[in-house]
Design a protein around this ligand. Structure first.
Ligand code: B12
Ligand code: SF4
Length: 468
């Protein structure tokens, strides 16, 4: 077992980031861990470029990382490769919650964090130790074909996160230094939003890497690229004291070229933090605003108010930090009017870019359990669980209305006015996003009839439910 391919299965359709593909850290990190163990490894991120199938088909082991929306693609690759006798291992957000389904298309599933489980499995392949039943987090079939789920693996400790290698992006096929660099400085989240699967994979406690090891990674990236960095942490400013320390070090080490990060609205209550973010090169923050409907914020268990949202927008803008606002539409408390008011809100408050997502019950979340148990899921064609399709029966409108109106609202935001405004300022970045946003909406809207047919082919009753 010497040659390994790592594949991040591609997105089923367009989304607002399609033009700027971002690798998930897991793909590159796990590839690096295996390379450091002496394997010949190549990573293929389908959203960046098509895999080199000759290399893949001549690999001893193929690892596949998949989300729910990419699972259909991952399964088709897995099926093709297992049929050729290649050992296939799957991991990531979807197989973690659906290991039995994923094992129909693979030989092994690694649930949760794979940083130690994967090397242990590779050791087992090489020398039979540790015994397979002693590898936590592993699901597989035994010799009799029985499905075995070993106990969960404990989440990595902070010192273990620090011991992981710096992800080597040169392993990524067709990688260029101008691509976005994903950097993870923490894992986990103490909140419990009902639609989110993060805490069910990474736990409810923030686990931070030390500022020393983050700084080392940032210096390494600077030595190989001038590309933008994206801190993929679910909340980059979770521990303000620690973030400030990191930002000060970034400033003193002149690691201030453009970067972006995900934060919550509470980052904006601290003016010192905002100044440091701006001085350290933070160009844009991605914030889950989720809703402008107070009842929906409560339903989502978001633990933030509309006032928090408005205040954070003002404070961030005052510090010259751009905002990518993410909204999730379709709660039982949302009617069509909320969709219209959300786009008005985004325009009025000067949010730079937005993403309107249709509420999507993802396996592993309380929302999924609830929708499944109450028979509200229209189907489980995972390729449409991409937040651009309505896959459940909403309370206050039809599924078709939810889907089309959410897309149209996004189209109203990325309007000709938006595009011309940025063009007049010679801001090609936002002009490009405007054009791409508009095109994404247009293309996705055109596919609605095909989706309606697909939905009704799963169950004839769905046709009525979808459009009722
Ligand atoms: C960066 C990011 C993005 C980027 C890049 C996405 C990409 N390349 O897919 C952007 C912004 C474009 C994006 C878009 C979307 N995203 Co996103 N994203 C993330 C985020 C914030 C970080 C990913 C990351 O690097 N994590 C850190 C590393 C360490 O974790 P990891 O990559 O998952 O890998 C670890 C384990 O999962 C495991 N593992 C992973 N793969 C494999 C494979 C093998 C073989 C093994 C053994 C182990 C293993 O081991 C790794 C190390 O411990 C996560 C949230 C999160 N905290 O992970 C959401 C997350 C992955 N996204 C999610 C979703 C829903 C989406 C969208 C569908 C909707 C949206 N929010 O826009 C789209 C779909 C994109 C697509 N690919 O089709 C969900 C997925 C849940 C699910 N069940 O599918 C997540 C978990 C967030 C959430 N709220 O639940 N996303
Ligand atoms: S949506 Fe964000 S804040 Fe809420 S649980 Fe998920 S990661 Fe945490």
């Amino acid at each position: 077992m010497h040659r390994i391919s790592f594949i991040e299965a591609g997105a089923p359709g367009l989304h607002i980031f399609s033009k700027f593909p971002v690798a998930r850290v897991g793909t590159v990190l796990l590839s690096t861990i295996l390379k450091e163990q002496g394997y010949e490894v190549k990573a293929f991120i389908e959203d960046i470029s098509a895999p080199d199938w000759t290399f893949v088909e001549n690999s001893d082991v193929v690892c596949i990382s998949t989300l729910t929306s990419t699972a259909v693609r991952a399964y088709s690759i897995g099926q093709r490769l297992t049929a050729r006798g290649i050992t296939v291992i799957m991991g990531g957000a979807h197989p973690t919650f659906m290991p039995e389904e994923a094992l129909q298309y693979s030989d092994f599933v690694i649930r949760g964090e794979g940083d130690f489980t994967l090397p242990e499995l590779m050791n087992y392949f090489g020398c039979g130790t540790p015994a397979i039943k002693r590898i936590p987090g592993l699901s597989y079939r035994d010799k009799t074909g029985k499905l075995i789920h070993n106990p969960d693996r404990k989440l990595l400790k902070e010192e273990e996160l620090d011991s992981l290698p710096i992800p080597d992006f040169s392993l990524v096929h067709n990688w260029t230094p101008s691509h976005l660099y994903s950097v993870s400085t923490s894992r986990g989240c103490p909140f419990a939003c009902r639609f989110c699967s993060v805490i069910h994979i990474f736990g409810r406690q923030y686990r931070f890497k030390s500022t020393v090891s983050v700084l080392k990674e940032l210096k390494h990236i600077r030595s190989v690229s001038n590309g933008t960095r994206f801190f993929v942490d679910d909340n980059f400013t979770a521990n303000r004291k620690r973030t400030k320390e990191l930002l000060r070090l970034m400033i003193s080490e002149k690691l201030t070229s453009k970067w972006t990060a995900q934060v919550r609205t509470d980052a904006a209550v601290d003016p010192e933090l905002l100044s440091l973010l701006a001085d350290a090169g933070c160009h844009t923050v991605y914030i889950g605003f989720e809703s402008i409907n107070p009842r929906t914020l409560e339903q989502y268990n978001k633990k933030q108010t509309v006032e928090d949202i408005v205040r954070s927008i003002r404070a961030l803008r005052d510090h010259g930090i751009h905002i990518h606002g993410m909204f999730v539409i379709g709660a039982d408390t949302d009617d069509v009017d909320v969709i219209q008011r959300t786009v008005d809100f985004a325009v009025r408050n000067g949010i730079d870019t937005i993403q309107f997502m249709v509420l999507t019950p993802l396996p592993g979340t309380p929302l999924f359990k609830e929708m499944k148990e109450s028979g509200r899921l229209l189907h489980t064609d995972w390729s449409t669980y991409d937040a651009h399709h309505a896959v459940f029966r909403p309370s206050l409108m039809s599924a078709q209305t939810l889907q089309t109106e959410t897309l149209k609202a996004m189209g109203r935001f990325y309007s000709w006015k938006y595009i011309m405004k940025h063009l007049a300022r010679r801001d090609l970045y936002y002009t490009g996003i405007g054009i791409f946003g508009k095109r994404t909406v247009h293309k996705t809207l055109k596919q609605i009839t095909a989706y309606r047919d697909k939905v009704s082919s799963c169950n004839p009753d769905n046709a009525e439910i979808y459009a009722e």
